[in-house]
Design a protein around this ligand. Sequence first.
Ligand code: HEC
Length: 134
Amino acid sequence: MWLIFFFLLWPQAAPAPSARGALDFATFKTTVEPLLIEKRPGHARCVTCHSTGTAFRLQPLAKGQTAWDDEQSQKNFEMVKRFVLPGVPAKSRLLIMPLAHEAGGTEFHPGGKHWESQSDAEWKALANWVNGVK
Ligand code: HEC
């Protein structure tokens, strides 16, 4: 009898998964998006490959445009969410595709490995966003 009572209460007692690390739009705009536009030596910009054709698809930037406007950012945000597991950077495609395999990244990313380790300042900034740290 008490056991049944326990199981009835248990689901409410466990934290709801959605409560964990909600992704913040403002941080996305100020911290994440610039990293998707940034030119790193030896690599093309993320946006150069990822605004046409690929499943991970950012809004294209017009010639001379150096940042997305709010409407475009909102669309990027909705799209990028599909490649992020809130609270778990090491399982977020956005973070592990461009991360060196030895550092916990995927084996291969056609766009190259932009970050050598999880202690890279840029990678940490992305991880903080995924973890809901502002
Ligand atoms: C030289 C071109 C190129 C660049 C630069 C590039 N990528 Fe990619 N990336 C690809 C291709 C091609 C694929 C595989 C096709 C696809 O995703 O549809 C891919 C796959 C991915 C995926 C996985 C999509 C999925 O379906 O799971 C993510 C996430 C990703 N890239 C993120 C990034 C990020 C973040 C950057 C910048 C740090 C970046 N890429 C830079 C070409 C590129």
